[in-house]
Design a protein around this ligand. Structure first.
Ligand code: MN
Length: 161
């Protein structure tokens, strides 16, 4: 199982809720699609029982501080961040940029992004595209995350808190 979150925007309580959900779901990997904002918000992810892969968002100004917090539990890179997990190819970004073109390239099984704060899951050229919505909940009033089962390819939007 893979836990996917984005746009936590310093909401520590909701980051903790996401950590609880991902640990309870026995996630083997957690993805954050950007906009932690302050490094102390990233520190909360150290409660996870699995590694983290993340990208910087447009509101992540303290990149050195974020890198320091994440380096003990995983990796944070500039978007787009390509990686493999369990033989599957992932493209992680913050701002959804040329999703259709990336999907058509045939290089990826999953494309993950955030920034719009609106959760959505859809297929584009056979690629599963996921925006987990906002962990922070400041914009839409709803804190959400996504659980992705990489074995069945099922993805589910989960409300936090
Ligand atoms: Mn953003």
């Amino acid at each position: 199982m893979i836990g996917i979150m984005s746009d936590s925007h310093d909401n520590l309580n909701m980051v903790r809720e996401a950590v609880r959900l991902f640990n309870d779901s026995c996630c083997g990997l957690v993805l954050h699609a950007g906009d932690f904002v302050a490094p102390f918000a990233a520190q909360e992810l150290s409660g996870l029982h699995c590694p983290v892969k993340a990208v910087y968002g447009n509101c992540d100004g303290e990149k050195q501080g974020l890198k320091r917090e994440i380096s003990g539990i995983g990796q944070i890179n500039d978007a787009p961040f390509f990686f493999k997990y369990e033989g599957l190819n992932f493209l992680l970004m913050h701002v959804p940029y040329e999703i259709k073109r990336a999907a058509r390239s045939g290089k990826y099984h999953f494309i993950l992004y955030g920034h719009t704060h609106r959760p959505e899951i859809f297929k584009e050229s056979g690629v599963i595209c996921i925006n987990p919505g906002e962990t922070g909940g400041w914009v839409t009033g709803k804190s959400t995350a996504v659980l992705l089962d990489e074995k069945t390819m099922d993805a589910e939007i989960v409300c936090l808190g």
